[in-house]
Design a protein around this ligand. Structure first.
Ligand code: PLP
Length: 377
């Protein structure tokens, strides 16, 4: 069986370094708010290219803390609107609505699966305070035009970089440094994954960073003095020590993913399967390799029969979820079609070229008997 993401193998490659890091923390007697987190924050800020990095408990918290901090700073207030791609993972939207802000869903483009820039301006009102762009599947979702729209309308540009650690623009600027603030997730399955939950906020804005740091520490920046009604959202020293090891290997891991993705792009040629649009190499770190197929469930079964595990990202769009019942009647055809057709092929730093060749062969051998091919629709 070709596993979708064999995490044991992913971790094993660095097991000596990771064990050393873990033992170091265990033996140190210092488990929170210590030197490992401090060092990781510095190293990650350097890597991303921002002045500040604030470590926190997970990716959802990172995004939530950004909005909470903007509210505490008086930049936003409950009821304000935030534009967000309609086909994102639910956490992007939870961070907005969880702060009493209104998420305004923007359709993606079918070709890129990323937010459709042509739809943004029509949705801006005088309550719109931010655009959250999501580098979904590890693909850059940013442009000079997007930045210009935000500047022109006075919107904060917030990046959800949970799926795209290491991704760059053509000019070598990393995602996570392109807007006013970014949330990062180090969930084990992400490109930079911890051995449990962890997250971070990066920003050049020193006041925002300080506010996020205080809110994540019960609302306090001075012991026993509480300026905000905060929460507890810290990164463990253990996770920081592991992440410092894995950060050193992130670029090489992303190159390994890219090698597989390029094989798929060059090798898969099945008229029933639409491939992701190609971008400058460094602008995609292939967290997910998404293909679209009108017979997605049949393709998935066919691949499984050939010993290939796949996943769907994601089967139900946010506006059709029970938790957002007010949106259930909305029609977002592009989003809905993506959710009906998306299938994620295995791509990871540990997949072998021989395995990728088997995936290609299996996808290419997929046929729908008795169905007429209608140009990929
Ligand atoms: C994983 C993910 C998050 C949330 O990160 P957690 O660390 O799991 O809380 C947010 N947004 C996107 C796009 C994600 O993929």
């Amino acid at each position: 069986m070709i596993e979708f993401l064999p995490l044991k193998k992913v971790t094993e490659r660095y097991s000596d370094e990771i064990h050393k890091a873990l033992t170091g923390v265990a033996d140190s007697g210092w488990y929170l708010l210590g030197d490992e987190v401090k060092a990781f924050e510095r190293e990650y800020a350097d890597y991303i290219g921002t002045h500040n990095c604030v470590a926190c408990a997970n990716g959802l918290d990172a995004l939530w803390l950004i909005f909470r901090a903007y509210i505490e700073m008086g930049v936003m207030e409950p009821g304000d609107e935030v534009l967000v791609p309609a086909n994102t993972y639910i956490a992007s939207i939870l961070a907005i609505t969880g702060n009493g802000l209104k998420a305004v869903l923007v359709e993606p483009r079918r070709e890129t699966l990323e937010i459709d820039e042509n739809q943004i301006e029509a949705l801006i009102t005088d309550r719109t305070k931010a655009l959250m762009t999501v580098h979904l599947y590890g693909r850059l979702s940013w442009s000079g035009r997007m930045a210009d729209i935000c500047r022109k309308h006075g919107l904060k540009l917030i990046e959800d970089n949970a799926q795209a650690q290491g991704c760059m623009t053509l000019n070598g600027r990393r995602t996570g440094s392109l807007g006013d603030a970014a949330g990062h997730s180090f969930y084990p399955g992400k490109n930079l994954g911890a051995l449990g939950d962890a997250g971070a906020v990066t920003t050049d804005d020193g006041i925002l960073a300080e506010t996020v740091r205080a809110i994540a520490n019960y609302g306090s920046s001075e012991k026993y003095v509480f300026r905000y009604q905060g929460r507890n959202s810290r990164m463990d020293e253990l996770q920081a020590a592991v992440l410092r090891v894995k950060l050193r290997h992130l670029d090489e891991d992303n190159d390994l993913r890219r090698r597989i993705a390029v094989m798929y792009m060059d090798g898969i040629s099945n008229p029933l399967v639409s491939m992701p649009e190609r971008l400058h190499d460094q602008s995609n770190v292939w967290h997910i390799f998404p293909v679209l197929c009108p017979y997605r469930d049949e393709l998935r079964k066919h691949l499984l029969k050939n010993g290939i595990q796949t996943l769907i990202h994601y089967p139900i769009p946010p506006h059709k979820q029970q938790c957002y019942s007010d949106w259930n009647g909305m029609s977002l055809p592009v989003t809905e079609r993506i959710h009906a057709q998306e299938l994620s092929l295995p791509v990871s730093p540990v997949i072998q070229e021989t395995e990728a060749a088997r995936v290609i062969q299996a996808v290419n051998s997929f046929v729908m008997v008795g169905k007429v091919v209608e140009d990929g629709e």
